[in-house]
Design a protein around this ligand. Structure first.
Ligand code: PEP
Length: 250
């Protein structure tokens, strides 16, 4: 599973060019990777969706966020609206940028997870530690607290976790793949033992993934794919990463 998070980037020309270069590079329509998704800014849902349809691509559209249960929420997009469009299967929830810039805490994020689950939108819950927490050896403690949102929930088999160390996002720095693998196993064990239905989630790695380092992560047993920011803004590079996952097939 490979998801592009375009964040606050894109325009109509970029989207047209993105699909031309993606089509030029992608092998087999990325068919074996499982899920390939794009989370564009909501104002461009239509452009992206039309390009996917026009080119008959196996790409899902995702949202970068969702409103919580309150409808007194200027600027947000509700689960009912997303359901009406019928195009959304996945929603990124609790990205570190939302935690820091919009002060989203575990309560707010849990409310959004509920909104996703009740609407058949599969959440991609982002978790990860700061550089300081990492240096203090607190990574697992921090992640366990962030995952407590899912405690005693009946989560779906498509509920996904993205492990995104904050210090790796957009910095070019990454943890070594063995460490990522170990944290992913930890995440799977914690969620499996705490969710009502003992569901083991898929876990994606996110943080400075590029076409150069993707293979080292994808070869790790517990890494089920990637959530990609900067490198996903190029259709050619994103296609290359999808091709790498396809060739490894684990
Ligand atoms: C992200 O913000 O989700 C992300 C992974 O960004 P980048 O790939 O640019 O580090």
């Amino acid at each position: 599973m490979i998801i592009a998070n375009w964040k606050c980037n894109g325009n109509k020309t970029m989207i047209k060019d993105w699909f031309i270069s993606y089509l030029n590079k992608i092998k087999n329509n990325g068919i074996d990777v499982g899920t390939v998704g794009i989370a564009p800014p909501s104002i461009f849902f239509n452009e992206v969706f039309n390009q996917i349809k026009k080119n008959n691509l196996d790409i899902l559209t995702c949202t970068q966020d969702i409103a919580g249960s309150s409808r007194k929420c200027t600027g947000a997009i509700s689960s009912e609206m997303l359901q009406k469009i019928h195009a959304f299967s996945f929603c990124i929830v609790g990205h570190s940028e939302r935690r820091t810039l919009y002060n989203e805490d575990n309560n707010i994020i849990q409310d959004k997870i509920f909104e996703c689950l009740k609407s058949d939108i599969n959440p991609i819950l982002c978790v990860g530690e700061t550089e300081e927490e990492n240096k203090l050896g607190k990574t697992e403690e921090i992640i366990q607290d962030q995952l407590s949102i899912l405690n005693n929930l009946d989560i779906t088999d498509k509920t996904t976790i993205a492990y995104e160390p904050i210090w790796a996002i957009g910095t070019g720095k990454t943890p070594v793949p063995t460490k990522v693998n170990q944290i992913h196993k930890f995440i799977k064990d914690v969620v499996q033992s705490n969710s009502i239905n003992q569901q083991k989630p898929k876990v994606l790695y996110g943080g400075s993934v590029t076409e150069k380092n993707a293979e080292s992560f994808f070869r790790s047993e517990h890494v089920d794919g990637a959530l990609i920011g900067g490198a996903s803004l190029s259709g050619a590079i994103f296609a290359e990463i999808v091709n790498i996952k396809n060739e490894i097939k684990i």
